[in-house]
Design a protein around this ligand. Structure first.
Ligand SMILES: Cc1cc2nc3c(=O)[nH]c(=O)nc-3n(C[C@H](O)[C@H](O)[C@H](O)COP(=O)(O)OP(=O)(O)OC[C@H]3O[C@@H](n4cnc5c(N)ncnc54)[C@H](O)[C@@H]3O)c2cc1C
Length: 440
């Protein structure tokens, strides 16, 4: 059996790792000039290592990622991070919390006794209620997917204050969209399994995971700068065409973004399957890396500042001191702040507006600093996959509507997150292994 993997993000790389482990012949095609997708690193000549997208793994709620890292004997190379944070209220007040602990938010003084009791009561109810075992497994999430949106659920079950001071800051950082646009099965599973969260990253940044997955893959099977342009059926096989050539394979794993997969497969999909894939919602996203050759805040008490308040739209969801999160990502004595924007204000902001706002917010959060050494904007037209109410059900059905010999992988089957990608990539490869078992 020969397989083509299209897309070299964490989903495609996890699929490659799984096929390699099972001695399946495959080639992997990546459109960009290196693998990694939205987890790529950008190594600057002056020694800063910028994450173009993903920042951290989340421990026990990333079960397949952690299992594969353990299997590759790479888990011990993860750099742990406490995620010590502070909420920055509209009036300037600061409240310490930890990103890896929902219950640390209970101490926030804007919450009254009634709010705290509601959080504890809802937490306990969720703990005993059935939910997705893996919060990034789309088929498990689909079982609990209704019309409910996260804002309505949070206000009804946690109260308005906890919505503003607990749920909104966490979700603004993770997904940057109004909570009305998010479905509930993922955050509920997250609350239930909050005790398993442990933040970390490989020393070289999240992008290093892809290199680890491809460690034992011969370089002549990895085709970068090779966007796949067409897929045609030839007897029982698939012809994969790219600029300058084509190959014939038995099976396909398409691990691109949903809309690219839909268009590559358009001629081979039902109208229903195509529409389902195209319904995946990607949001505009921007973050800015602000670098300082001399750390202006060596003694700052926390690593993250999360702006909060009651109502209103905030431009920024989170600011992260990357030099604390991952010391090797900055030169000695330097600091780099990641400023993660919320999506709604971006539509009215130019690139220069975003950079200017980022520096202003950094000074407001951590204290006035010298002029930064660099300000690097990452702006994505389609940055994060967002699970709106009903999304998991719509996408989960797609697996059963695919042509024979085709598997899809990608974070969009649940929501943005390396675990979503890795889980789906591994699963796609395992499904193909089942075909092989049937063939013999
Ligand atoms: C700013 C930002 C911050 C994030 N932070 C985190 C975080 O802290 N933790 C976390 O777990 N997740 C985070 N994520 C999400 C995480 O990066 C994604 O969930 C993950 O990268 C998805 O992996 P994927 O393989 O499904 O897709 P992608 O990473 O998008 O990979 C798809 C690949 O397919 C390739 N491709 C597309 N078309 C073709 C074609 N025609 N032929 C060949 N190749 C093609 C693309 O070039 C790309 O490399 C973040 C994302 C962003 C944008």
């Amino acid at each position: 059996m020969k397989v083509a993997i299209i897309g070299g993000g964490p989903a495609g790389c996890a699929a490659a790792y799984t096929l390699q482990k099972n001695q399946i012949d495959f080639e992997i095609f990546e459109a960009a000039d290196e693998v990694g997708g939205r987890t790529k690193q950008l190594h600057r000549d002056d020694g800063y290592n910028l994450g173009t997208g993903a920042l951290f793994l989340m421990g026990g709620i990333y079960p397949r990622t952690m299992a594969l890292l353990r299997e590759m004997e790479r888990k011990k190379q993860l750099v742990p991070w406490t995620g010590a944070s502070e909420l920055m209220d509209d009036d300037g007040s600061r409240y310490p919390v930890r990103l890896d602990s929902f219950f640390s938010f209970i101490k926030v003084p804007t919450l009254g006794l009634r709010d705290k009791l509601r959080i504890i009561g809802t937490g306990l109810r969720l703990f005993f209620a059935p939910s997705a075992r893996n919060p990034f497994d789309g088929s498990q999430l689909a079982r609990y997917d209704g019309d409910e949106n996260l804002e309505d659920w949070s206000r009804a079950n946690l109260g308005d204050k906890a919505f503003e001071y607990v749920m909104r800051p966490i979700m603004d950082f993770l997904y940057a969209v109004p909570l009305r646009e998010l479905s509930t099965p993922f955050p509920k599973a997250l609350m239930k399994q909050g005790h398993k969260i442990a933040l970390s990253s490989p020393e070289g940044g999240i992008g290093q995971i892809n290199e680890w997955f491809l460690d034992n893959v011969s370089p002549d099977r990895i085709h970068v700068s090779t966007p796949v342009e067409g897929l045609t059926r030839e007897d029982q096989k698939w012809r994969v065409s790219y600029s300058g050539g084509s190959i014939l394979v038995d099976k396909l794993i398409i691990a691109t973004e949903a809309f690219i997969a839909a268009n590559l497969l358009k001629a081979h999909l039902s109208e229903d399957a195509y529409r389902r894939l195209m319904s995946t919602h990607y949001t505009e996203y921007a973050h800015v890396a602000v670098g300082y050759d001399e750390d202006p805040w060596p003694d700052y008490p926390t690593d993250i500042v999360l702006p909060v308040g009651e109502g209103g739209v905030r431009n920024v969801g989170a600011m992260v001191l990357h030099g604390r999160r991952l010391p090797a990502s900055v030169p000695n004595g330097a600091q780099m702040v990641g400023v993660y924007f919320n999506t709604p204000p971006l539509k009215d902001m130019s690139d220069d507006d975003i950079k200017e706002e980022a520096v202003k917010q950094v000074n407001a959060a951590f204290g006035q600093a010298q002029k930064p050494s660099f300000v690097h904007l990452f702006r994505y037209e389609k940055g994060l996959t967002i699970a709106k109410p009903g999304h998991y059900k719509i996408l989960n059905k797609v697996h059963s509507l695919l042509p024979e010999g085709v598997e899809l992988a990608g974070d969009y089957f649940s929501q943005a997150g390396v675990e979503a990608a890795v889980h789906s990539g591994e699963k796609a490869a395992k499904n193909l292994l089942r075909y092989r078992a049937q063939e013999f």
